[in-house]
Design a protein around this ligand. Sequence first.
Ligand code: FE2
Length: 167
Amino acid sequence: MVDTVNARVYATKNDLPEATRLEVIRLLNQRLADSIDLQTQCKQAHWNVKGPTFIALHKLFDDINEDVEEYSDLIAERVVQMGGVAEGTVGVVADRSTLVDYPIGLATGAEHVAALSDALAAFGRSVRLGIEEMNDLQDAGSADILTEISRGVDKWLWFVEAHQQGA
Ligand SMILES: [Fe+2]
């Protein structure tokens, strides 16, 4: 087991109450694990997809990965701004991610579209819940970051799902 307890909290002149910041740090580190897991799933799909739609999906999955990398960065740096420690190692992510493990044996475009759309939808749901949590904590900045991420994930889910909707 990985030690997933927040290592420490730094003093900051940020005026959000410490109790709020502690909860924001905890919740955002959970979303960070999901986001990093999603990055690895995009790359897994990017590398292994095969078939007549190879080039379109190979490029699409890498474009999604680039944006998801940005999402991870936004979340991780918000954690640190709150005085926390961003917990983004592979060990922590494997322990904490709420996403289903990406199946290793997939090959066709249809298989990867199905798996990655599942992952994007699951991440989209967890981020949307996160917006509500940040609103409840009255942290508009974190809610805004998650809202931006949510918009992006909704867009990428559309891009991926469009491959199964025209058939
Ligand atoms: Fe590549």
